[in-house]
Design a protein around this ligand. Structure first.
Ligand SMILES: Nc1nc(=O)n([C@H]2C[C@H](O)[C@@H](COP(=O)(O)O)O2)cc1CO
Ligand SMILES: [Zn+2]
Length: 164
């Protein structure tokens, strides 16, 4: 019997893990996930956007408009930063798969953690200044930046054990 041919690609696997991690995010408008792998394709960090430890998901503001301090922005930890801080070893030479192009703050953390490649799916905010800044920070540091597209590809996770 020959091997299965319909297994998912490395990119589908790692971006799939980033997408799945994002499903844990309580952000009502944008769920972001990030998965970091080392040069041997070992998973060394994963994370999603959420409030810092100790900040209740129910008592902190998830809004986007109005008084800045009553929006999520000052408080939410971005997926990339969570993946970096959750990581189990040096990130030197690693690749981060992230569902959305990093903001300038995450670009700084990515560069300083010595990650060497960013692979992203969505750049819906590419015209915003903070993303122009992140592109500049990443390019200055010689980080490889790859936009990846899977078209309308979908992978269904079926938890029904009778289908396993
Ligand atoms: N690369 C990113 N990593 C992230 O973790 N985020 C988070 C921060 C917020 O929780 C949410 C963005 O809010 P919104 O303005 O799209 O509703 O996604 C956002 C980006 C940039 O798109
Ligand atoms: Zn960010």
């Amino acid at each position: 019997m020959s091997k299965r041919e319909d297994y998912i690609s490395w990119n589908e696997y790692f971006m799939g893990l980033a997408l799945l991690s994002g499903k844990r995010s309580k952000d009502p408008t944008t769920q972001v996930g990030a998965c970091i792998i080392d040069e041997d394709k070992k998973i060394v960090g994963i994370g999603y956007n959420g409030f810092p430890l100790g900040s209740s998901d129910d008592n902190m503001p998830w809004g986007k408009q109005g008084d800045f301090l009553e929006t999520k922005y000052p408080y939410v930890v971005h997926a990339e930063l969570n993946a970096i801080l959750n990581s189990i070893k040096s990130l030197k030479g690693c690749t981060v798969y992230v569902t959305h192009f990093p903001c300038n703050e995450c670009a700084k953390a990515i560069v300083q953690s010595k990650i060497s490649r960013v692979i992203y799916l969505s750049d819906k905010h590419k015209d915003k200044d903070s993303f122009k800044a992140s592109k500049r920070i990443l390019e200055n540091a010689g980080i490889k930046i790859e936009k990846i597209s899977f078209g309308s590809k979908k992978i269904i996770l079926d938890f029904d054990e009778t289908n396993l």
